[in-house]
Design a protein around this ligand. Structure first.
Ligand code: UFG
Length: 324
């Protein structure tokens, strides 16, 4: 399976997967409407501009490039915005995926890799979240991703469309080449915001809450490097194809770091003592989100290779020299 359509391949995670697919001998073709993605993130790869709502355009691209599998990264990702504007999220993250899946079935393309999220689990009831943890999202963003997971189960049953759903924990870091990295507008993620404070592009980093039931009172998250995630996509794609079955994996390191710990590491790595301001909690943030990556380790042979220091160092390299 060589010709892979990467929907949202001009975005943060998509562009890292595209680069790795190419390096491993695949022919990725990017399909992106560039509403959030960056054309500069697509290097030496065909970029087909188009929208998921446009079935004619999708069909044209499927045929032109003899697409054999689809990876889907194009989604809205902000939890807070999803609470305020759920309609936008259900249209973009659910309806348009349905369109894509229908189009795949019409063109007899039966392999799909889906970007899911730890947000499908909601408030954790176990310290580490495994694939058997109940899925009870607490915001529309998590709902949309879980809905697509359910749609995928039904599409497998009815049409034999096989899928991998990868539930990312906190995707972070940047490619070591410095050519691609994280660039969201607006930026809401902790690591880029911390590094922008270090770079003097922001006055301070605002910490959302220090009264959580965690050792230092700030939220604990499981940070996983974007290239570790990219590697997991290719391993999972290959396993799905080889075994012709649908798969689900939680992708994190299994280690949690608090916001305060991360800020201290960032100060040490950058050598800059930037300003930190404590504020009230942000709505919808669980205290602790840490993956149990045992299944991905056992079945894919996947173990993250970047630790938090390397994640921050690669993100810092990107922040200092960002191209877009
Ligand atoms: N945080 C701050 N200050 C900021 C930004 C974030 O203190 O300026 C805190 C948040 O409160 C949270 C932690 O830093 O405790 C991480 O926040 P991020 O926004 O970087 O990431 P989230 O854990 O909220 O969300 C990420 C993805 C989501 C996904 C979720 C799943 O961005 O898309 O992981 O776990 F749904």
């Amino acid at each position: 399976m060589k010709n892979i359509l990467v929907v949202g391949g001009a975005g943060y995670i998509g562009s890292h997967v595209v680069k790795m697919l190419k390096a491993q001998g695949y022919n990725p073709v990017v399909y992106d409407n560039l509403s959030k993605g960056h054309p500069q993130a697509v290097q030496d790869v065909i970029l087909e501009e188009g929208d998921l709502g446009d079935k004619t355009r999708l069909a044209e691209v499927f045929q032109k490039h003899h697409i054999e599998a689809v990876m889907h990264f194009a989604a809205f990702i902000e939890v807070g915005e999803s609470v305020k504007e759920p309609s936008k999220y259900y249209h973009n993250n659910v309806s348009s995926v349905l369109n894509l899946l229908d189009c795949m079935v019409e063109h007899q393309i039966f392999y799909f890799v889906f970007s899911s999220t730890a947000a499908t689990f909601g408030e954790p009831i176990h310290p580490k979240i495994s694939e058997t943890h109940p899925q009870n999202p607490i915001n529309p963003y998590g709902n949309t991703k879980l809905m697509v997971e359910k749609i995928l189960e039904d599409f497998d049953h009815a049409y034999g469309l096989k899928s991998v759903a990868l539930r990312y924990f906190n995707a972070s870091g940047a490619d070591e080449s410095g050519q691609i990295g994280e660039s969201h507008t607006p930026e809401t993620h902790l690591i880029p915001l911390v590094l922008q404070a270090a770079a003097g592009k922001r006055e301070s980093i605002k910490v959302f809450g220090n009264d959580y039931p965690t050792p230092d009172g700030t939220c604990v998250r499981d940070y996983v490097h974007v290239n570790d995630l990219a590697r997991a996509h290719i391993l999972a794609l290959e396993k799905m194809e080889k075994e012709n079955k649908s798969l689900r994996y939680n992708l994190g390191s299994g280690s949690g770091f608090s916001v305060a710990e991360l800020i201290n590491q960032a100060k040490a790595i950058t050598g800059i003592d930037f300003k930190v301001e404590y504020q009230a909690r942000r709505a919808g943030d669980p205290a602790v989100l840490v993956a149990d990556p045992a299944k991905a380790q056992a079945e894919l042979g996947w173990t993250p290779q970047y630790d938090l220091k390397q994640i921050i160092a690669t993100a810092w390299n990107w922040e200092k020299n960002r191209r877009f």
